[in-house]
Design a binder for this molecule. Structure first.
Ligand SMILES: Cc1cc2nc3c(=O)[nH]c(=O)nc-3n(C[C@H](O)[C@H](O)[C@H](O)COP(=O)(O)OP(=O)(O)OC[C@H]3O[C@@H](n4cnc5c(N)ncnc54)[C@H](O)[C@@H]3O)c2cc1C
Length: 520
């Protein structure tokens, strides 16, 4: 089956949905997602969206905080663009219906998170992402030019490669004609031809055992673009959130937003000592890379599996009002935050690198754009400042939409695209081969390529990855495509890119910390 659209959007999170709304008056838009419409990282965002609203905050202060967090590797021009344009984009989000909490005087009740010098995070209780996702979906459903197809799994980008031409990474002029996608309801591979395509597939947290990301976060977009010979960058910079709730067996991990530390929560050892002051003068509100490494070190020293977040000294009524979901979650596990410490542990949270794009979200492949967490824009450098990612997604989706609109009338659909070549014919007989390799991959990434790395661990990870890669490719060649197998392939591909980038980095910056580099 072939379908033709003007704009194809892969992903239904904040990046994909806000882009679709922007281009919808200029052509037929199809959004596809491999899961239900709202199963996205966006839905789980708690803390909020960082945007300059009132004095004494200012654009310069927000820029400065972003640059400091990025540890010298941010693209300053991009930082300025995102912070400046972010104010307008946030206003649009409010016009689309998103509601952010206000105080008694009617002003926005701004929160503060690690690395921010001012209170500037707009939030909706502690479930900001769900508020944004729902309000965007409401707008999407109302627009006559937009269709949203769920349970359609994007397999690969269509380029000249599928017309029989040789495509190499350095070659200019690779063109995206659309996407092959597996319809999970019919089990058939569909060909979707598009004039302009946006990749908005989100993050990669599922590469690790402990992650705050939902199961959809398997790096599919990054892997698809890499396979199509597009460029990726900064893959070594994986952000671990310092404070996921310690609850063995729960996946994804439940997040205790940084806003809790902004509200006064303090990290403590089992004996009650506050330890962050020993690592950074900003204490519990130091940037995430520093806090995550400090917790990792504390756990290694004590042999414990977690540290504590102390909220017992905070105003109970205000805490309950600001963080109702966190309160409910803790109480459900028998922890009363007003009298007991909350056990917390770092968990894989955010990909700072990804598909390399220019200031308009354009990738190295013609007619293909990327926005949101799968894109590497240059905003985050070596470490993302908290709550800058929702903002980045809005700004880049907007910029990509403007260029996409000017492009769409100049592009014709490619008519000679063949249907999916289903070489593999048998169904995978033993799913255990796939699930076991996925577990093995998550475990090697957690053990060798997490918060603290070393050359030996990285090389060991690469060797193990090669074995899993060989086994999985052999399986892929002889079986029909399935989401489990395709996700595993994508995760192997992305893990390889993370390890390769980590091995290539010759100095410790931001989130990348290799013990062999301090010794030199
Ligand atoms: C627990 C948690 C808390 C967070 N808190 C904050 C916060 O307070 N502030 C902040 O700024 N950021 C926060 N973040 C980060 C932020 O939520 C994400 O970076 C952002 O929402 C990503 O949006 P996105 O549109 O790029 O991707 P997502 O929202 O993840 O959407 C990705 C979409 O792509 C689809 N998809 C993926 N692969 C395929 C495929 N092969 N075929 C078809 N569809 C596919 C998925 O199904 C999904 O629809 C948080 C993240 C988490 C997990």
């Amino acid at each position: 089956m072939q379908e033709k659209v003007d704009f194809l959007v892969v992903g239904s999170g904040i990046a994909g949905l806000s882009y679709a709304l922007k281009v919808a008056n200029n052509g037929k838009v199809l959004i596809i997602t491999k899961a239900s419409e709202d199963e996205t990282n966006t839905k789980y965002a708690q803390g909020g969206i960082a945007a300059v609203t009132y004095a004494p905050d200012s654009i310069e202060k927000h820029i400065n905080d972003t640059l400091i967090a990025g540890d010298g590797l941010c693209d300053e021009e991009i930082v300025r663009i995102v912070i400046t344009e972010g104010m307008l984009r946030t206003k649009e989000l409010i016009e689309w219906g998103a509601q952010f909490d206000k105080d008694e005087t009617g002003n926005y009740d701004l929160a503060r998170e690690g690395g921010h010098s001012e209170y500037r995070v707009l939030h909706h209780k502690d479930n900001t992402g769900s508020e944004i996702e729902n309000k965007l979906l409401d707008q999407i459903h109302k627009h006559p030019n937009i269709s949203l197809h769920t349970h359609l799994f994007a397999l690969d980008l269509i380029t000249q490669h599928h017309l029989g031409d040789e495509v190499t990474r350095s070659k200019a002029g690779i063109v995206c004609y659309g996407i092959y996608a597996l319809n999970l309801k019919t089990n058939k591979v569909e060909t979707i031809l598009s004039k302009v395509t946006l990749m908005a597939t989100g993050g990669v947290g599922q590469l690790y055992n402990a992650t705050t990301n939902p199961v959809i976060a398997t790096g599919d977009g990054v892997a698809m673009v890499y396979r199509a010979k597009g460029n990726v960058k900064d893959m070594e910079f994986i952000q671990f959130h310092p404070t996921a709730l310690y609850n063995p067996g729960e996946s994804p991990c439940f997040l205790i937003t940084e806003a809790v530390r902004g509200f006064g929560g303090i990290l403590r050892r089992e004996n009650g000592e506050s330890f962050m002051e020993e690592y950074d003068e900003r204490g519990s509100l130091a940037p995430r890379d520093i806090v995550a490494r400090a917790i990792d070190n504390e756990m290694k020293k004590s042999g414990g599996e977690f540290v504590y977040l102390d909220c017992t000294q905070l105003d109970k009524i205000k805490f309950n009002d600001h963080f109702p979901n966190i309160l409910a979650k803790c109480l459900g596990l028998g922890i009363d935050p007003s009298v007991q410490y909350i056990p917390v542990v770092p968990a894989a949270h955010y990909l700072c690198g990804g598909i390399d794009v220019d200031a308009n979200g354009k990738t190295a492949i013609d007619n293909l754009f990327a926005a949101g967490e799968c894109a590497r824009t240059g905003l985050h450098g070596a470490n993302r400042l908290a709550s800058n990612s929702l903002l980045e997604a809005l700004v880049f989706s907007h910029r990509a939409a403007i260029v996409g609109i000017t492009l769409v009338d100049k592009v014709e659909h490619q008519e000679s695209v063949p249907n999916w070549n289903a070489d593999g014919t048998s169904n995978p007989k033993e799913m255990i081969l796939i699930t076991q390799n996925r577990r093995e991959l998550q475990s090697l990434m957690s053990n060798y390529v997490a918060i603290v790395r070393s050359n030996v661990r990285l090389k060991r990870a690469m060797d193990r990855l090669r074995i899993i890669y060989g086994e999985t490719e052999a399986l892929y060649e002889r079986t029909t495509v399935s989401p489990a197998l395709c996700e595993l392939r994508n995760m192997i591909n992305v893990s390889y890119l993370v390890v390769k980038a980590a091995l290539n980095r010759s100095e410790n910056r931001g989130l990348h910390f290799n013990t062999d580099l301090i010794a030199e």
